[in-house]
Design a protein around this ligand. Structure first.
Ligand code: AMP
Ligand code: MG
Length: 418
């Protein structure tokens, strides 16, 4: 049995490096940019109007007012998407729409509301213009070769819109790790089927598949297998070939039908560790074959998800160039049942109170009690030590990436109500 810290160190030694690829823009959403991206041209790309109005020379409008308008001849209409192509002659103006290129010779735009309108020729200008008024200058927002995004940035809508504004059709991103998920247990039935006595519904398969997708994996296989040595061996052989990471659930404890370790051993997987001094999740298995990592999670649903978030989630993040978020410190609103010999993890609910981050551990402590995850927004953890951590002491928390700190009344969580 090794410590949690040692388990992390050993996994770190096998941490795969992120790999790059270039993808079409419509596959890049939410992915992580693998290189700094520079502006291929300045923005705006061309000097254009910020208003619907008239392009003109500001110097010709000096002193204009409603009583004494300046009169200019109309020379054409420039719509967005067009370009006038010819020099605006002195004494002339051109109708111009928002986003349309400013004609050569013009230096300002007077909004249509300050004129006698688009139906008029000659045009009367009621307000003097200032140099560059209502004009978006080429390059004023971004200069050519300015850094738009740094490597490691996630491509949200703002980032996507920026890159697409530069016409970038292919984007360098980190590859999504390919993960195979194998869930074992002869007692497991998919939802939508009838349970016979002794059977239970398979929750780890859908829950872990969901979490794997949230962290940004490509799930090659999501399979449920009975506790049958041949079927387990056959499927593992395929998954070890296809995936960067194989995640299994169940079958790594001391039971007669815990078949994962021998099967992995037969397939040439090197065991790096088995069993960690932690609760829940002590039978965690970690092994490698070539460059493939194998995480054998215990089958108990609370153990499976907590162990996944503690060990597997950060590995998958780093493979995509993401730096995992550090854990936070929060003040216990209730006693945390620290253990003398084992690292203790529990679901909990954290919230901000004044300037303090508070946290309440779930009241359900069994590793089979998946309802302890209801309304949880973090996982609390404490290293082994004598005695419980009392109310008011600080404890580490790892916020669940899909939950938020603000949320329903933590009181609900306290009473365990759904
Ligand atoms: P195991 O790690 O295979 O010994 O399983 C430990 C406990 O977790 C047993 O009570 C199993 O029935 C339960 N369990 C295992 N796999 C799943 C699963 N995929 N969904 C729900 N419960 C499971
Ligand atoms: Mg089992």
């Amino acid at each position: 049995m090794i410590s949690v810290e040692k388990a992390h160190r050993q996994i770190e030694e096998w941490q795969p490096k992120p790999a790059k690829e270039e993808v079409e823009w419509d596959r890049a959403r939410d992915r992580i940019v693998a290189e700094d991206i520079l502006a291929p041209f300045g923005l705006p790309r061309f000097t254009n109007s910020a208003m619907d109005g008239f392009a003109l020379r500001w110097a010709e409008t000096v002193g204009a007012s409603r009583q004494q308008p300046v009169t200019l001849s109309l020379d054409g209409v420039i719509a967005a998407g067009e370009s006038s192509g010819q020099l605006l002659q002195p004494g002339n103006c051109a109708q111009i729409m928002t986003g349309a290129p400013l004609p050569d010779g013009a230096d300002s735009v007077v909004m249509v509301e300050h004129t006698n309108g688009f139906g008029a020729d000659p045009v009367q200008i009621f307000h003097p213009a200032k140099l560059g008024q209502n004009v978006r200058q080429a390059g004023e927002e971004v200069a050519e070769n300015d850094k738009l995004l740094s490597a490691g940035t996630r491509l949200g809508p703002g980032e996507m819109g920026t890159l697409l504004g530069f016409g970038m059709a292919r984007i360098p991103v980190y590859k999504k790790p390919v993960v195979a998920l194998l869930v074992t247990g002869s007692e497991l039935k998919p939802v939508g089927t009838e349970l016979r006595p002794g059977q239970i519904y398979n929750t780890n398969l859908p829950v872990l598949a969901d979490i794997l997708q949230r962290v940004g994996c490509e799930l090659t296989e999501g399979r449920s297998l009975p506790d049958d040595p041949q079927q387990i061996a056959d499927q593992l052989a395929v998954s070890l070939e296809n995936a960067h990471i194989v995640v299994t659930s169940g079958g790594v404890s001391m039971g007669r039908f815990d078949l994962l370790r021998p099967a992995l051993n037969d397939l040439g997987v090197q065991e790096i560790f088995w069993k960690v001094a932690q609760k829940p999740g002590s039978p965690l298995f970690f092994g490698v074959r070539d460059k493939t990592l194998i995480f054998g999670l215990p089958g108990n649903p609370v153990s499976a998800i907590i162990v996944f978030m503690e060990y597997v989630w950060p590995v998958i993040q780093k493979m995509q160039g993401i730096t995992p978020q550090p854990k936070l410190q929060a003040v216990l609103s209730e006693t945390f049942p620290r253990l003398a010999q084992k690292h203790r993890f529990l679901f909990g609910r954290a919230w901000i109170e004044g300037h303090r981050l508070m946290v309440q551990p779930t009241q359900k402590h069994g590793s089979h009690m998946f309802t302890s995850a209801l309304q949880a927004n973090c996982i609390l953890d404490a290293s082994p030590g004598e005695g419980s951590l009392p109310k008011g002491r600080e404890v580490r928390i790892n916020p669940l990436p899909w939950a938020s700190l603000a949320g329903p009344d933590p009181q609900l969580f306290h009473t365990g109500a759904a």
